[in-house]
Design a binder for this molecule. Structure first.
Ligand SMILES: Nc1ncnc2c1ncn2[C@@H]1O[C@H](COP(=O)(O)OP(=O)(O)OP(=O)(O)O)[C@@H](O)[C@H]1O
Ligand SMILES: [Mg+2]
Length: 353
């Protein structure tokens, strides 16, 4: 007998959706050349037996901090046998003991699960690196988690003093959304680290479009995306400048299209994917007409050009209906219209008030 999962998918649009997963590290990272170049510049000495420069990366969510650092670590591992690079997510591990265990195992000294104190593990870590003449590079992602307990802070102190006290060169990269991370460190730690700061800026709508196109090349079969799909996903994520939101909504739309056996991913699937992200707020539904509510749902937290909204909702409402909805939403102070003048004339964008 056929399995119920067999019939659940017939029309395949996604060639390999794993290319759209959050933890996938693509071979190309558009718009991050400068940041990646800076990381390479700071870490290159590690491959030459010299002291690398420590780094602090910050920026709002979805700006490519994690993926860029993983990309650089992969390249470094390929380039150098001496530099040993490890990525650590401090949401997952953040106690001094667990981090020391992880990094000491990583440099090749197997630590038993129980029985050794943090100090003993630290000694083994130092002696292993000296014996093997390694140059460790550690990325501490979500590094603000390390500031939440004194014991993790003392680990930062020990690591910052590696070259001074133990004549070991290590490269340390800290990543956080909060640009206050360095300032929150103990003066002595901050002064020993001498970390360079690198800010990851929000992506613009145009940049998000290119990022999506690049990721879509590998994840979809050819010609299965309607022309408006990528621009719409990009516009949706552009207020926050967050590539994660853009990629995620594209994947959701594709799954919805596959679910209904559509031949292509269309604007309506993207729109349904928006709906999945955030349920309609019931309390405001009552005094709004249906087109008004749909416009509000469509724009969510984003900022859209009037043209994008027309395109996005074209198989639901005529432009005239939408214009009326904009006017009445504006009157109710629920949206804000921004008109910008440029060489080519004026453009109107709309966002929630
Ligand atoms: N330039 C880029 N090209 C292709 N994909 C990108 C690019 N920048 C980010 N991404 C993708 O966007 C998603 C979010 O990126 P990433 O996880 O690196 O963000 P982040 O800055 O670490 O965010 P957070 O602060 O929330 O941790 C990932 O799927 C990543 O692969
Ligand atoms: Mg991250």
């Amino acid at each position: 007998m056929a399995n119920i999962f067999d019939s659940a998918k017939e029309n395949s649009l996604l060639k390999d959706e794993r290319f759209l997963y959050q933890d996938f590290v693509p071979e190309e990272l558009p718009f991050r050349d400068t940041e990646i170049g800076e990381m390479v510049f700071c870490l290159k000495p590690a491959s030459e037996g010299k002291k690398p420069t420590n780094l602090f990366l910050h920026g709002v969510p979805g700006t490519g901090k994690t993926v860029s650092s993983k990309y650089v670590l992969n390249e470094l591992a390929e380039y150098s046998d001496r530099a040993k690079a490890l990525y650590i997510n401090c949401f997952e591990i953040n106690s001094k003991h667990s981090i020391l265990t992880k990094i000491t195992n990583f440099v090749g000294y197997p630590i038993p699960e129980r029985g050794l104190s943090s100090e003993e593990i630290f000694d083994r870590f130092v002696s292993t690196i000296k014996n093997k003449k390694l140059m460790p590079v550690f990325v501490f992602d979500e590094a603000e988690q390390l500031l939440k307990n004194e014991d993790a802070k003392s680990l930062l102190y020990d690591l910052s003093r590696l070259s001074e006290r133990h004549q070991i060169f290590a490269g340390l990269i800290f990543i956080s959304n909060e640009n206050t991370f360095l300032a929150s460190l103990d003066d002595r730690v901050r002064s020993s680290l001498q970390a360079s700061t690198l800010e990851f800026a929000k992506y613009s709508s145009l940049q998000l479009k290119d990022i999506l196109k690049e990721r879509a090349k590998f994840s979809f079969f050819p010609n299965v995306l309607d022309d408006e799909v990528i621009p719409l996903c990009a516009a949706h994520a552009s207020k926050k400048g967050d590539a994660r939101i853009a990629i995620d909504v594209l994947l959701k739309a594709a799954r919805l299209a596959e679910k209904e056996n559509a031949k292509k991913v269309a604007v309506k699937h993207v729109r349904s994917a928006f709906m999945q992200e955030k349920p309609i707020k019931v309390e405001i539904t009552s005094n709004l007409s249906e087109p008004e509510q749909v416009v509000l749902d469509f724009i969510k937290e984003g900022e859209f050009s009037v043209g994008d909204i027309y395109v996005g909702l074209k198989d639901k409402y005529a432009e005239r209906t939408l214009r009326k909805a904009f006017a009445s939403l504006e009157e109710k102070k629920m949206i804000q219209t921004i008109t910008t003048q440029s060489g080519k004339g004026s453009a109107r964008t709309i966002k929630r008030a």
